[in-house]
Design a protein around this ligand. Structure first.
Ligand code: KG4
Ligand code: ZN
Length: 360
Protein backbone atom coordinates (compact mmCIF):
# COMPACT_ATOMS: atom_id res chain seq x y z
CA UNK A 1 0.00 0.00 0.00
CA UNK A 2 1.37 3.44 -1.01
CA UNK A 3 0.72 6.65 0.90
CA UNK A 4 1.54 10.04 -0.59
CA UNK A 5 2.19 12.32 2.38
CA UNK A 6 2.66 16.06 2.82
CA UNK A 7 4.24 18.16 5.57
CA UNK A 8 4.17 21.97 5.54
CA UNK A 9 3.64 22.99 9.17
CA UNK A 10 6.69 25.25 9.52
CA UNK A 11 9.67 25.96 7.28
CA UNK A 12 10.07 22.71 5.38
CA UNK A 13 7.85 21.68 2.47
CA UNK A 14 7.97 17.92 2.10
CA UNK A 15 6.28 15.27 -0.02
CA UNK A 16 6.95 11.59 0.42
CA UNK A 17 5.78 8.23 -0.85
CA UNK A 18 5.77 5.66 1.93
CA UNK A 19 4.93 2.07 1.18
CA UNK A 20 3.66 -0.45 3.72
CA UNK A 21 4.86 -3.92 2.83
CA UNK A 22 3.94 -6.64 5.31
CA UNK A 23 5.05 -5.43 8.73
CA UNK A 24 7.45 -2.78 7.44
CA UNK A 25 7.52 0.65 5.90
CA UNK A 26 9.63 1.43 2.87
CA UNK A 27 10.34 5.11 2.25
CA UNK A 28 10.23 5.25 -1.56
CA UNK A 29 10.86 9.00 -1.61
CA UNK A 30 11.13 11.81 0.93
CA UNK A 31 11.66 15.15 -0.80
CA UNK A 32 12.28 18.11 1.49
CA UNK A 33 12.46 21.72 0.32
CA UNK A 34 13.95 23.64 3.22
CA UNK A 35 13.36 27.37 3.62
CA UNK A 36 16.07 27.74 6.26
CA UNK A 37 18.31 29.94 4.09
CA UNK A 38 15.45 32.40 3.51
CA UNK A 39 14.44 32.67 7.18
CA UNK A 40 18.05 32.89 8.36
CA UNK A 41 18.14 36.49 7.10
CA UNK A 42 15.50 37.35 9.74
CA UNK A 43 16.89 35.19 12.56
CA UNK A 44 13.73 33.05 12.70
CA UNK A 45 10.72 31.84 10.74
CA UNK A 46 8.60 34.60 9.16
CA UNK A 47 5.13 32.99 8.81
CA UNK A 48 3.99 34.91 5.74
CA UNK A 49 7.22 34.15 3.87
CA UNK A 50 6.90 30.49 4.91
CA UNK A 51 3.38 30.21 3.43
CA UNK A 52 4.46 31.75 0.14
CA UNK A 53 7.51 29.50 -0.11
CA UNK A 54 5.31 26.41 0.51
CA UNK A 55 3.04 27.48 -2.35
CA UNK A 56 6.01 27.89 -4.65
CA UNK A 57 7.51 24.49 -3.76
CA UNK A 58 4.63 22.09 -3.29
CA UNK A 59 3.77 21.18 -6.90
CA UNK A 60 7.32 20.48 -7.98
CA UNK A 61 8.24 18.47 -4.88
CA UNK A 62 5.08 16.36 -5.32
CA UNK A 63 6.12 15.61 -8.88
CA UNK A 64 9.63 14.78 -7.67
CA UNK A 65 8.33 12.54 -4.86
CA UNK A 66 6.22 10.51 -7.31
CA UNK A 67 9.03 10.31 -9.85
CA UNK A 68 11.68 9.27 -7.32
CA UNK A 69 9.32 6.60 -5.97
CA UNK A 70 8.65 5.47 -9.55
CA UNK A 71 4.88 5.62 -9.05
CA UNK A 72 2.00 7.65 -10.48
CA UNK A 73 -1.16 8.88 -8.71
CA UNK A 74 -2.82 5.63 -9.84
CA UNK A 75 -0.49 3.65 -7.56
CA UNK A 76 -1.34 5.81 -4.54
CA UNK A 77 -3.84 4.34 -2.05
CA UNK A 78 -4.25 7.36 0.23
CA UNK A 79 -3.13 10.97 0.64
CA UNK A 80 -1.95 12.03 4.12
CA UNK A 81 -1.28 15.57 5.29
CA UNK A 82 -0.23 17.42 8.45
CA UNK A 83 -3.34 19.30 9.59
CA UNK A 84 -2.12 20.54 13.00
CA UNK A 85 -0.32 22.00 14.95
CA UNK A 86 1.89 24.59 13.25
CA UNK A 87 1.81 27.94 11.48
CA UNK A 88 -1.72 28.27 10.19
CA UNK A 89 -0.87 29.79 6.80
CA UNK A 90 1.84 27.18 6.23
CA UNK A 91 -0.45 24.28 7.21
CA UNK A 92 -3.22 25.54 4.94
CA UNK A 93 -0.99 25.22 1.89
CA UNK A 94 -0.41 21.49 2.50
CA UNK A 95 -4.00 20.81 3.57
CA UNK A 96 -5.56 22.48 0.53
CA UNK A 97 -3.10 20.91 -1.88
CA UNK A 98 -3.68 17.43 -0.41
CA UNK A 99 -7.47 17.92 -0.41
CA UNK A 100 -7.49 18.93 -4.07
CA UNK A 101 -5.18 16.06 -5.06
CA UNK A 102 -7.24 13.48 -3.16
CA UNK A 103 -10.51 14.79 -4.57
CA UNK A 104 -9.29 15.03 -8.17
CA UNK A 105 -7.85 11.50 -8.07
CA UNK A 106 -10.60 9.87 -5.99
CA UNK A 107 -8.22 8.89 -3.17
CA UNK A 108 -8.99 8.74 0.55
CA UNK A 109 -7.62 11.67 2.58
CA UNK A 110 -6.07 11.29 6.04
CA UNK A 111 -5.30 14.17 8.42
CA UNK A 112 -2.20 13.71 10.57
CA UNK A 113 -1.13 15.43 13.78
CA UNK A 114 2.44 16.74 13.41
CA UNK A 115 3.55 15.46 16.84
CA UNK A 116 2.16 11.99 16.16
CA UNK A 117 4.08 12.23 12.88
CA UNK A 118 7.35 12.90 14.72
CA UNK A 119 6.69 9.87 16.94
CA UNK A 120 5.92 7.77 13.83
CA UNK A 121 9.48 8.40 12.57
CA UNK A 122 10.39 5.56 14.94
CA UNK A 123 8.26 3.12 12.90
CA UNK A 124 10.15 3.80 9.67
CA UNK A 125 13.14 1.53 10.33
CA UNK A 126 13.31 -0.78 7.32
CA UNK A 127 14.86 -3.60 9.37
CA UNK A 128 11.81 -3.62 11.60
CA UNK A 129 13.68 -2.35 14.66
CA UNK A 130 10.67 -0.38 15.90
CA UNK A 131 8.90 0.23 19.22
CA UNK A 132 5.52 -1.34 19.94
CA UNK A 133 2.90 0.60 21.95
CA UNK A 134 2.62 1.18 24.80
CA UNK A 135 5.84 3.17 25.03
CA UNK A 136 6.96 6.63 26.12
CA UNK A 137 8.09 9.16 23.51
CA UNK A 138 10.01 12.33 24.24
CA UNK A 139 9.21 14.74 21.41
CA UNK A 140 11.53 17.69 21.25
CA UNK A 141 11.44 20.26 18.47
CA UNK A 142 11.54 23.95 17.70
CA UNK A 143 7.90 24.32 18.70
CA UNK A 144 7.28 21.47 21.16
CA UNK A 145 8.69 19.71 24.16
CA UNK A 146 6.53 16.94 25.50
CA UNK A 147 6.49 13.49 27.01
CA UNK A 148 3.83 11.29 25.41
CA UNK A 149 2.40 7.95 26.38
CA UNK A 150 1.86 6.17 23.07
CA UNK A 151 -1.07 3.95 24.03
CA UNK A 152 -1.63 2.61 20.54
CA UNK A 153 -0.48 3.56 17.02
CA UNK A 154 -3.25 6.13 16.77
CA UNK A 155 -3.87 7.04 20.43
CA UNK A 156 -1.23 9.24 22.03
CA UNK A 157 -1.55 10.98 25.41
CA UNK A 158 0.43 14.03 26.57
CA UNK A 159 1.74 13.26 30.07
CA UNK A 160 4.31 16.04 30.52
CA UNK A 161 5.10 19.22 28.65
CA UNK A 162 6.85 22.55 28.66
CA UNK A 163 4.87 25.25 30.38
CA UNK A 164 6.42 27.94 28.18
CA UNK A 165 9.24 27.73 25.62
CA UNK A 166 10.17 24.64 23.64
CA UNK A 167 13.69 23.29 24.05
CA UNK A 168 14.56 23.86 20.35
CA UNK A 169 13.27 27.41 20.50
CA UNK A 170 15.49 28.03 23.54
CA UNK A 171 18.57 26.68 21.72
CA UNK A 172 17.70 28.85 18.71
CA UNK A 173 17.23 32.03 20.80
CA UNK A 174 20.28 31.68 23.00
CA UNK A 175 22.34 30.47 20.06
CA UNK A 176 21.40 33.57 18.10
CA UNK A 177 22.60 35.83 20.95
CA UNK A 178 25.99 34.14 20.98
CA UNK A 179 26.30 34.47 17.21
CA UNK A 180 25.16 31.10 15.85
CA UNK A 181 23.06 31.49 12.67
CA UNK A 182 19.43 30.29 12.66
CA UNK A 183 18.48 27.54 13.32
CA UNK A 184 21.12 27.43 16.02
CA UNK A 185 20.46 23.92 17.38
CA UNK A 186 23.10 22.12 15.34
CA UNK A 187 25.77 24.80 15.89
CA UNK A 188 24.95 24.85 19.61
CA UNK A 189 25.40 21.07 19.68
CA UNK A 190 28.94 21.31 18.19
CA UNK A 191 29.91 24.25 20.40
CA UNK A 192 28.75 22.35 23.51
CA UNK A 193 30.82 19.34 22.42
CA UNK A 194 33.89 21.60 22.51
CA UNK A 195 32.91 22.80 25.99
CA UNK A 196 32.43 19.26 27.33
CA UNK A 197 35.75 18.28 25.79
CA UNK A 198 37.50 21.23 27.45
CA UNK A 199 35.98 20.19 30.78
CA UNK A 200 36.60 16.44 30.82
CA UNK A 201 38.49 15.45 27.65
CA UNK A 202 37.49 12.57 25.43
CA UNK A 203 35.57 9.88 27.31
CA UNK A 204 32.46 7.73 26.91
CA UNK A 205 30.70 8.98 30.03
CA UNK A 206 31.51 12.67 29.46
CA UNK A 207 28.14 13.95 30.74
CA UNK A 208 28.45 12.06 34.04
CA UNK A 209 32.05 13.27 34.38
CA UNK A 210 31.11 16.85 33.48
CA UNK A 211 28.99 17.18 36.63
CA UNK A 212 32.11 16.47 38.72
CA UNK A 213 34.40 18.68 36.66
CA UNK A 214 36.08 21.90 37.79
CA UNK A 215 34.16 23.75 35.04
CA UNK A 216 30.82 22.67 36.46
CA UNK A 217 31.79 23.31 40.06
CA UNK A 218 33.39 26.70 39.37
CA UNK A 219 29.95 28.32 39.47
CA UNK A 220 30.86 30.55 36.52
CA UNK A 221 27.80 29.51 34.57
CA UNK A 222 25.33 28.47 37.23
CA UNK A 223 21.94 28.14 35.54
CA UNK A 224 18.56 26.91 36.82
CA UNK A 225 17.21 23.49 35.83
CA UNK A 226 14.20 23.51 33.46
CA UNK A 227 12.70 20.49 35.27
CA UNK A 228 9.69 21.77 37.22
CA UNK A 229 10.23 20.85 40.85
CA UNK A 230 6.99 19.00 41.54
CA UNK A 231 5.68 15.53 40.84
CA UNK A 232 4.52 16.41 37.31
CA UNK A 233 6.51 15.51 34.20
CA UNK A 234 6.59 19.17 33.15
CA UNK A 235 9.39 21.55 32.18
CA UNK A 236 9.83 25.29 31.99
CA UNK A 237 12.55 26.52 29.68
CA UNK A 238 11.87 30.24 30.09
CA UNK A 239 13.70 30.43 33.47
CA UNK A 240 16.81 28.84 31.97
CA UNK A 241 16.61 31.13 28.96
CA UNK A 242 16.17 34.30 31.06
CA UNK A 243 19.01 33.36 33.42
CA UNK A 244 21.24 32.70 30.41
CA UNK A 245 20.34 36.05 28.82
CA UNK A 246 21.12 37.88 32.10
CA UNK A 247 24.43 36.09 32.32
CA UNK A 248 25.30 37.04 28.73
CA UNK A 249 24.40 40.67 29.46
CA UNK A 250 26.73 40.65 32.44
CA UNK A 251 29.62 39.52 30.28
CA UNK A 252 28.80 42.22 27.75
CA UNK A 253 28.54 44.98 30.38
CA UNK A 254 31.84 43.99 31.96
CA UNK A 255 33.45 43.81 28.53
CA UNK A 256 34.70 40.28 29.18
CA UNK A 257 34.92 37.86 26.28
CA UNK A 258 32.47 35.01 26.75
CA UNK A 259 33.96 31.50 26.85
CA UNK A 260 31.28 30.42 24.36
CA UNK A 261 31.98 26.69 24.38
CA UNK A 262 31.98 26.48 28.19
CA UNK A 263 28.73 28.44 28.33
CA UNK A 264 27.06 26.31 25.62
CA UNK A 265 28.11 23.11 27.41
CA UNK A 266 26.57 24.26 30.68
CA UNK A 267 23.35 25.38 28.98
CA UNK A 268 23.04 22.09 27.10
CA UNK A 269 23.82 20.12 30.24
CA UNK A 270 20.96 21.75 32.19
CA UNK A 271 18.49 21.31 29.30
CA UNK A 272 19.43 17.68 28.72
CA UNK A 273 19.51 16.73 32.42
CA UNK A 274 16.04 18.21 32.91
CA UNK A 275 14.43 16.12 30.19
CA UNK A 276 16.37 13.02 31.26
CA UNK A 277 15.15 13.47 34.84
CA UNK A 278 11.50 13.68 33.79
CA UNK A 279 11.93 10.75 31.37
CA UNK A 280 13.36 8.72 34.25
CA UNK A 281 10.22 9.50 36.27
CA UNK A 282 7.94 8.76 33.29
CA UNK A 283 9.48 5.29 32.81
CA UNK A 284 8.77 4.49 36.47
CA UNK A 285 5.29 5.99 36.42
CA UNK A 286 4.08 4.12 33.33
CA UNK A 287 6.17 0.96 33.70
CA UNK A 288 7.13 0.85 30.02
CA UNK A 289 9.99 -1.19 28.59
CA UNK A 290 10.53 0.96 25.50
CA UNK A 291 11.15 4.68 24.99
CA UNK A 292 11.64 6.86 21.92
CA UNK A 293 13.31 10.19 21.23
CA UNK A 294 11.86 12.18 18.31
CA UNK A 295 11.63 15.65 16.76
CA UNK A 296 14.24 18.07 15.40
CA UNK A 297 16.13 18.30 18.71
CA UNK A 298 16.40 14.49 18.79
CA UNK A 299 19.39 15.14 16.50
CA UNK A 300 21.22 16.62 19.50
CA UNK A 301 24.21 14.37 20.18
CA UNK A 302 24.27 15.10 23.94
CA UNK A 303 20.58 14.37 24.38
CA UNK A 304 20.96 11.11 22.46
CA UNK A 305 23.95 10.22 24.61
CA UNK A 306 22.13 11.04 27.86
CA UNK A 307 18.95 9.12 26.98
CA UNK A 308 20.95 6.13 25.88
CA UNK A 309 22.69 6.14 29.31
CA UNK A 310 19.28 6.50 30.98
CA UNK A 311 17.82 3.59 28.97
CA UNK A 312 20.77 1.42 29.99
CA UNK A 313 20.35 2.34 33.65
CA UNK A 314 16.58 1.66 33.61
CA UNK A 315 16.84 -1.53 31.50
CA UNK A 316 14.56 -0.18 28.75
CA UNK A 317 15.11 -0.03 25.00
CA UNK A 318 15.63 3.37 23.36
CA UNK A 319 14.62 4.10 19.76
CA UNK A 320 16.09 7.13 18.01
CA UNK A 321 15.43 7.96 14.37
CA UNK A 322 18.35 8.54 12.03
CA UNK A 323 19.45 12.20 12.10
CA UNK A 324 18.08 12.77 8.58
CA UNK A 325 14.55 11.94 9.77
CA UNK A 326 14.59 13.95 13.04
CA UNK A 327 13.52 17.22 11.41
CA UNK A 328 10.20 17.81 9.66
CA UNK A 329 9.60 15.47 6.72
CA UNK A 330 6.78 13.88 4.76
CA UNK A 331 7.80 10.27 5.45
CA UNK A 332 6.87 10.54 9.14
CA UNK A 333 3.43 11.85 8.10
CA UNK A 334 3.10 8.90 5.71
CA UNK A 335 3.87 6.40 8.48
CA UNK A 336 1.34 7.93 10.88
CA UNK A 337 -1.09 8.36 7.97
CA UNK A 338 -0.97 4.59 7.43
CA UNK A 339 -2.08 3.91 11.02
CA UNK A 340 -4.84 6.54 10.87
CA UNK A 341 -6.00 4.95 7.58
CA UNK A 342 -6.07 1.50 9.18
CA UNK A 343 -8.24 2.91 11.98
CA UNK A 344 -10.63 4.37 9.38
CA UNK A 345 -9.82 7.94 10.43
CA UNK A 346 -10.60 9.60 7.10
CA UNK A 347 -10.99 13.30 6.43
CA UNK A 348 -13.21 14.88 3.80
CA UNK A 349 -13.16 18.11 1.83
CA UNK A 350 -14.29 20.05 4.91
CA UNK A 351 -10.86 19.38 6.51
CA UNK A 352 -9.37 22.55 7.95
CA UNK A 353 -5.92 23.22 9.37
CA UNK A 354 -5.45 24.17 13.01
CA UNK A 355 -2.54 25.92 14.72
CA UNK A 356 -3.41 24.18 18.00
CA UNK A 357 -2.21 20.88 19.47
CA UNK A 358 -4.74 18.12 18.89
CA UNK A 359 -3.41 15.72 21.53
CA UNK A 360 -5.06 15.65 25.00
O1 KG4 B 1 11.06 19.17 14.36
P1 KG4 B 1 11.68 20.36 13.73
O2 KG4 B 1 12.35 20.18 12.38
O3 KG4 B 1 10.64 21.52 13.56
C1 KG4 B 1 9.60 21.75 14.48
O4 KG4 B 1 8.61 21.00 14.46
O5 KG4 B 1 9.80 22.69 15.29
O6 KG4 B 1 12.75 20.95 14.78
C2 KG4 B 1 13.56 22.06 14.50
C3 KG4 B 1 14.40 22.37 15.74
C4 KG4 B 1 15.12 23.71 15.65
O7 KG4 B 1 14.87 24.41 16.85
C5 KG4 B 1 16.59 23.31 15.53
O8 KG4 B 1 17.48 24.26 16.06
C6 KG4 B 1 16.60 22.03 16.33
O9 KG4 B 1 15.41 21.37 15.91
N1 KG4 B 1 17.78 21.18 16.08
C7 KG4 B 1 18.68 20.86 17.04
C8 KG4 B 1 19.68 20.07 16.42
N2 KG4 B 1 19.35 19.93 15.11
C9 KG4 B 1 18.17 20.62 14.92
N3 KG4 B 1 18.71 21.18 18.35
C10 KG4 B 1 19.74 20.71 19.06
N4 KG4 B 1 20.75 19.97 18.55
C11 KG4 B 1 20.75 19.62 17.24
N5 KG4 B 1 21.74 18.86 16.75
ZN1 ZN C 1 8.41 19.23 13.77
Amino acid sequence: MNILAFESSCDETSASVVCREGERFIVKSNIIASQVDTHRLYGGVVPEIASRAHIEAISSITYEALQTAEVTMEDIDAVAVTANPGLIGALLVGVNFAKALALANGKPLVAVDHIKGHIATCYLDEDGNVPTPPFIALTVSGGHTGIYLVESYSKVRLVGSTRDDAIGESFDKIGRIIGIPYPAGKGFDSLSAEGFYEAVGECDDYLAKYKKSADYKSGEFTLPSPAVKDDTLDFSFSGLKTAAINLLHRYEQLGIELPRAKFAARYTFEAVEAVAKKMDAAIDRYGVSEIALCGGVAANSHLRHRLSALAKKKGVKLYTPPIALCGDNGAMIGAQGYYEYMEGHFADSSLNASAQDGID
